[in-house]
Write a protein that binds this ligand. Sequence first.
Ligand code: SF4
Length: 265
Amino acid sequence: MLKVARASLHKWEEPIISGTSGSGTVFFSGCNLKCVYCQNYEVSRGKGKAITANELADVFKRLEDLGAHNVNLVTPTHFADDIIKACDIYRPSIPIAYNCGGYENPKTLERLKDVVDIFIPDFKYSDNSLAKKYSNCPNYFEICTKAIVKMRQLCPADIVEGGIMKKGLIIRHLVLPNALDNTKGVIDWLANNMSKDTYFSLMGQYVPYGEANKFPKINRKLKPLEYKIAVNHALKQGLENTFIQSLESATEEFIPDFDDKSLIY
Ligand code: SF4
């Protein structure tokens, strides 16, 4: 059953996604991964309201009317069919972004090719032992890298106009505490397999959340030195379009409030 936890204008995405007016985020309930540290823990475990494809199409329209630069589908993978249906009912004139965990089936991506303008996959792990431990996903690296290659094939060129992305690919990586080799592996794969001007968002905003308190190594925020080492590695590898965060964003205030009454859904 199609379920949505929140839809609103969101200003804390990468600048080419949020722009000045905000990104029209739609947070879907549930997730095909179950990361123990999920920053949207309750939502990835199912919190949200049932909605029809017609109502979802209406949400797209309202976000567009509010001036969103894009419709940003967050954790959409398990609702791909409903999303395609909603876009058949109403196709907004603003770009549609597919903001996912990176564990994607290339056949599903192929079906989305006429719907999605911008892919924003996570690339969480180069180290499958961490993928197994924290996301119960022992083949994450192989699946994610194939999915990223497919997304690049579906969106071969990045188009940014007036500082806002219209089409393209942004790859995200959340640096985890005590896991710099994992981060370096992600960066190295990107440097060796993608063009050096690929948009890469190196996120330092990790806060222990969800079940992170059961895993001592990730039960703290990132140290500034850890993030600096990660950033330096990306620069050393020549990833020239890397978004870097201020570690001040590593607070729970930046986790969306799913009970906020001002939401449009
Ligand atoms: S992929 Fe993202 S939304 Fe899904 S459980 Fe992991 S961190 Fe949460």
